[in-house]
Write a protein that binds this ligand. Structure first.
Ligand code: BF8
Ligand code: SF4
Length: 648
């Protein structure tokens, strides 16, 4: 068994892992170790279960079968598996987007939800060619219906495709990957990967790319835009993160999952005077809300609600013994939670008809009566407060300050100040070499890896080399726990050029853009940089790169593919499960760039991965005939340099 320090670099998690071991509470880390050795065929992408002539597996050493029973080769099998991951990931983000559209429709018709950002609603309506002079609720209905139509659209192009740089759109049209409708592309991907379907590797991957684009420039972008309209576009704010935000004197409610439709109402319910009074009557000082995973990012961005932790801390939050209710909706929720909760007084409450958990209480959030249901859930938590066994409470005393709330709209006011509200200052800083470039670092935790270590090592290396970082999801939380999302972090961690920029504007060197669906904000930032001029004609030209050092989910595969297809050089800390298929691996890491400008690289060492990104940024600077970085620091040699595992 790995020690707590080998399992995580986050001090709060390390402390809790000592506690869970002592209390004999099993966590994802324990189950991951029990799973070893993990199946090599699966890891290499060489196992096919798409029909029951199989399961088939290809021998990567060439001693056994080189084809499945139907004749599918390693490249075909791995490509089909991968595209099914893209379809699942895209469906998750996009179905979330659909639910937000439905909530906007309910708001328009009259419900507990209301349009909070009318200006953004009118801007989007104008962009979509709707009559933007209508009264707000009429317009909200029209926008919601137009958004919902994007899912079932059969022909043509998704509306947000028109936002992409013209050259990128041209590439997509030439490659035949412009998404027609969101649901259509997901069905197409599932259809063609059925036994006896598409067996041409590049054709299969093209369909995967079309599906991934339907996520990034479709479902995810709809989710972001409509969430801003409904619950307001974020502005910068301060908050705190890590398990230490849980305070024993309060009724503690942790919301976990992804859809702001639930968490926004829980935020409102915790402020209800009657419920606060009830909490007092039970001996609690207050009702305290904290988030886990992306739902945390949603309510952090708009309300400054503290974040209890990222993906691998969901079990640890319950193990503090001080959580009255863990309220979950969809995605990234471990089924283990109800078992851990059963060892404490904690109530696990599921709320989505799409995700139920054996052992959890199910209180379904109906949008038509959302606030009352949210109040009922909060009441359950308060009533549970007296059941807490204070002798079992163990809260690690770690929490860090952070700044969050950046968007494609406000990032330029941040960088330009009130008098220069454009992307010009950002582009100029890059053109002059004060900033070497920009990077997006996103993604999950994965118990195969030391928690947060990949995120933090990569962020440190990028910042030291004057690369401005934007982030979302569990990376954002990892960075925040380590203090990197504060303006002061620039002084400690950033190179001279990045420090100058951060000091001048008062921003952190790592900018938090929200949940994983909000990676659509990153697409828009990159697009706006291209439109501002001086940095090339498409996203692929920008001195920029992307990475997911600790990714694990199918959603991350969809994101990786829409990033690459939008032109981003994308470095993954865990390889895609394709390495048993040499043709496919070569295609994704090399040839795909011809059509799209972007490509993948696999590198498990986060510092080496950051250096791949910086080398790519430098190559792009050269291609644009930009000067070298203003304050180039040679890469510091590392003791571990020799031991860096080869890129796959
Ligand atoms: O959508 S980063 S572990 S929480 S999948 Fe999940 Fe990964 Fe976290 Fe958000 Ni994104
Ligand atoms: Fe085997 Fe082909 Fe069936 Fe896959 S689709 S399980 S490779 S026979």
């Amino acid at each position: 068994m790995r020690s707590p320090q080998e399992r995580s670099v986050d001090p709060a998690s390390v402390e809790m892992l000592g506690h869970t071991a002592a209390e004999k509470i099993t966590t994802a880390w324990d189950r991951q170790e029990a799973m070893e050795p993990q199946c090599g065929f699966g890891q290499l992408g060489l196992c096919c279960r798409n029909c029951v002539m199989g399961p088939c597996r290809i021998d990567p050493f060439g001693d056994g079968p080189s084809e499945g029973i139907c004749g599918a080769t390693a490249d075909t099998i791995a490509a089909r598996n991968l595209v099914r991951m893209i379809a699942a990931g895209s469906s998750a983000h996009s179905d979330h987007g659909r639910d937000v559209a439905h909530t906007l429709l309910m708001a328009a018709k009259g419900s507990d939800y209301q349009v909070k950002d009318e200006a953004k609603l009118r801007r989007l309506a104008a962009e979509w060619g709707l009559d933007d002079t209508k009264p707000v609720n009429e317009l909200a209905k029209a926008v919601a219906e137009a958004a919902m139509a994007q899912f079932g659209q059969q022909e043509g192009e998704l509306a947000f495709v028109a936002r992409a740089p013209a050259l990128t759109q041209k590439r997509w049209r030439e490659a035949g990957v412009v998404p027609r409708g969101i649901d259509r592309e997901i069905v197409d991907a599932m259809h063609r990967t059925h036994v006896g379907g598409d067996s041409d590797m590049t054709s299969i991957i093209s369909a995967g790319i079309r599906t991934a684009l339907a996520d990034g420039w479709g479902g995810s972008m709809i989710a972001t835009e409509l969430t801003d309209i409904l619950f307001k576009t974020p502005t910068w704010l301060r908050s705190r993160t890590n398990l230490g935000v849980i305070d024993a004197k309060n009724v503690n409610i942790v919301v976990h999952g992804h859809e702001p439709i639930l968490s926004e109402m829980i935020v409102a319910a915790t402020q209800d005077a009657e419920l606060v009074e009830l909490a007092h009557s039970k001996g609690a000082e207050n009702i305290a809300l904290a988030g886990i995973c992306c739902t945390a990012n949603e309510i952090l961005m708009r309300h400054g609600i503290p974040v209890a932790g990222n993906f691998l801390q969901q079990e640890l939050a319950i193990a503090t013994g001080a959580v009255e209710a863990m309220i979950v909706d969809i995605q990234c929720v471990m089924p283990s939670l109800s078992k851990i909760a059963s060892g404490f007084h904690t109530k696990m409450i599921s709320t989505s008809k799409k995700a139920k958990f054996p052992g959890a209480v199910h209180i379904e959030l109906e949008e038509s009566d959302a606030l009352n249901i949210a109040k009922k859930i909060v009441r359950e938590a308060i009533e549970n407060f007296p059941n807490r066994d204070s002798s079992r409470v163990k809260i690690p005393n770690y929490s860090s300050p952070l700044v969050a709330g950046f968007t494609a709209e406000n990032i330029f006011t941040a960088l330009g100040g009130r008098y220069r509200p454009s992307y010009r200052p950002l582009n100029d800083a890059i053109i002059s070499g004060r900033l070497r470039g920009a990077a997006a670092v996103v993604g999950c935790n994965n118990p195969k890896l030391q928690q947060d270590s990949g995120h933090l090592a990569m962020l440190r290396e990028l910042l030291a080399n004057d690369v401005l970082v934007v982030t979302t999801g569990c990376t954002a939380i990892a960075g925040a726990k380590a203090g990197m999302l504060c303006p002061e972090a620039a002084i400690e961690l950033a190179g001279e050029g990045l420090q100058e920029v951060c000091r001048a504007v008062g921003i952190p060197p790592v900018l938090h853009l929200g949940a994983c669906v909000d990676i659509s904000r990153i697409l828009m930032i990159l697009t706006n940089m291209v439109a501002e001029g001086g940095l090339g004609d498409e996203i692929a030209d920008l001195p920029a790169a992307a990475a997911a050092p600790e990714w694990m989910s199918e959603k991350a595969v969809a994101i990786g593919f829409y990033a690459v297809a939008s032109g981003a050089y994308t470095v993954l800390g865990q390889p895609l499960p394709v390495q048993g298929a040499p043709g496919l691996t070569h295609y994704l890491c090399e040839d795909i760039a011809e059509a799209f400008g972007g490509k993948f690289a696999f590198q498990s060492d986060p510092v080496a991965a950051a250096r791949l990104m910086i080398d790519h940024i430098d190559a792009r600077r050269d291609a644009l005939h930009l000067p070298g970085p203003m304050y180039e620091v040679p890469y510091a040699p590392r003791a571990a340099e020799e031991a860096v595992p080869a890129a796959g």
